[in-house]
Design a protein around this ligand. Structure first.
Ligand code: HXC
Length: 274
């Protein structure tokens, strides 16, 4: 298919076809932040496969993304909790595009629940999707990532677990584990030319999480960000394109926080600033 049609906003700084010849598989790529990452990769010339649980959502997203970028977007319905299904999605992507050099682990489940009312299965479900799913995909992609000599895994994390976050014990525990996976795999797989990094988004507009915040809660959330605004999906996507680019060739084992400074505000800061 023809090359890039659309690179706007934060993505405009990247050269068209920056990622030509790259093949990326993006879990959770049907919606939200990971849809934005998948589209940015395609807009920079990569071949992209999006993975998610709902085939109809993937099909619609792939069609829209294809229209926006002028590229053929592949999709495979798959639950990242199922290692065999994950292995099959990776095999299909390689069969379609010839190889695989980039994996973005973005599939995540979440809901608000007080710890005292959360069932064991509710806790386990989110850990299964976010943490075990990240491991399943990385493990299944290892051989393909190793073969090309320029493998990259990007694990989508969060900032929830940098402190205690009410109603988020399950997601916080899962994302803390995801950060551990990022560091461990970076150490073990660096010798194979595989870089492993994370991105920890702060409050990002037009995402499911932010849609659930309404009225004064949204205003308060915005006020908690030093830069004074929510981030844009394209700003997370730009971080992902940077990590995939050769400009990040010596970066591994780190999680890039993209949150407008929200997570570095000290608890006592509100006493000093009015
Ligand atoms: C309490 C809940 C619940 C809720 C599910 N459970 N929703 N408990 N409050 N709102 C419990 C169920 O009761 C059940 O436990 C267990 O979780 C499994 O639920 P199922 O519905 O059977 O599981 P499943 O179909 O696999 O789907 C679960 C889910 C789904 C993945 C969590 O609800 C979901 O997809 N939610 C939205 C996904 C989403 O928003 N993704 C974006 C994540 S953003 P019992 O004991 O009853 O069997 C993100 C960023 C973090 O992660 C940062 C945010 C600021």
């Amino acid at each position: 298919m023809s090359a890039t049609k659309v690179r706007t906003g934060p993505l405009a700084v990247f050269e068209a076809n920056l990622l030509a010849g790259h093949v990326a598989l993006v879990t959770g790529g049907g919606t939200g932040i990971c849809r934005g990452i998948a589209q940015a990769f395609a807009a920079c010339g990569a071949d992209v496969c999006i993975v998610g649980r709902k085939g109809e959502v993937l099909a619609q997203t792939a069609a829209e993304m294809s229209a926006a970028t002028g590229r053929d977007i592949f999709f495979v319905p798959c639950d990242v909790r199922q290692p065999d299904a994950v292995a099959d999605a990776i095999a299909q992507t390689i069969a379609k595009f010839g190889h695989l050099d980039t994996v973005v682990n973005g599939a995540a489940g979440n809901f608000l629940a007080p710890a005292a009312a959360l069932s064991a299965n509710g806790f386990r479900t989110v850990v299964d999707i976010d943490l075990c799913g990240t491991f399943n995909v990385a493990r299944a992609a290892f051989e393909a990532l190793r073969l090309g000599g320029r493998g990259l895994i990007i694990n989508i994390s969060a900032t929830l677990h940098y402190g205690g976050t009410p109603l988020q014990i399950h997601a916080s525990a899962a994302k803390a584990g995801v950060d551990a996976v990022t560091r461990n795999l970076a150490v073990e797989w660096g010798q194979f030319g595989i870089r492993v990094n994370g991105i920890a988004p702060g409050p990002i507009a037009e995402t499911e999480g932010m849609r659930r915040l309404a009225g004064s809660a949204a205003d308060k959330a915005k006020a908690s960000v030093p830069l004074g605004r929510f981030g844009a999906i394209e700003e997370i996507a730009a971080a992902a394109v940077f990590l995939r680019s050769s400009a990040a060739a010596y970066i591994t084992g780190t999680t890039l926080v993209v949150d407008g400074g929200q997570s570095v505000v000290a608890a006592a800061a509100h006493m000093m600033m009015t």
